[in-house]
Design a protein around this ligand. Structure first.
Ligand code: DQA
Length: 150
């Protein structure tokens, strides 16, 4: 049987990384982040299912899918971080290890970004490290997986 994947889910507008407000989000495209993240995943012994959607319901479906088919979840919910009770509920219902990730330090930005609605449904949060944050999230996930299996 194939090893279960780590699902890495990206929310709205993250398909525009590289062009979108580069002074905040950097110049690395989502495709380049995917390549670098998969390379690090390989070193850590993970396989990765990397996805992006601009649609809230699709992200909810994918969180549910990750819980049944995956071995862990890393999610950058984009702007849904600050609004989506549906995503919070989906995350709370999922029992796999879960990490919320942000490229920017949302706590140092506008007041409306400083609250994460979704963070209450995850094990931990990584924010403010730009594109390398995806690799750090994988390392954090590995530590979560190991601590659950000991
Ligand atoms: C983001 C932060 C959110 O506030 C914003 O809406 C995004 C990206 C980040 O990765 O820093 O789309 O999640």
């Amino acid at each position: 049987m194939a090893a279960k994947a780590v699902f890495i889910l990206n929310g709205p507008n993250l398909n525009l990384l590289g062009q979108r407000e580069p002074e905040i989000y950097g110049r690395t495209s989502l495709a380049d982040i995917e390549t670098a993240t998969k390379a690090r995943a390989k070193e850590l012994g993970f396989c990765v299912d990397f996805r992006q959607s601009n649609t809230e319901g699709t992200l909810v479906d994918w969180v549910q899918e990750a819980d049944t088919k995956g071995m862990g979840l890393i999610i950058n919910p984009g702007a849904y971080t600050h609004t989506s009770i549906a995503l919070l509920d989906a995350l709370k219902a999922a029992s796999i290890p879960k990490i919320e990730l942000h490229l920017s330090n949302i706590h140092a930005r506008e007041a409306f970004r400083q609250q994460s609605v979704t963070a209450g449904g995850v094990d931990g949060i990584i924010a403010g490290f730009g594109a390398p944050g995806y690799r750090f999230a994988l390392e954090a996930l590995k530590s979560l997986v190991e601590s659950r299996s000991t």
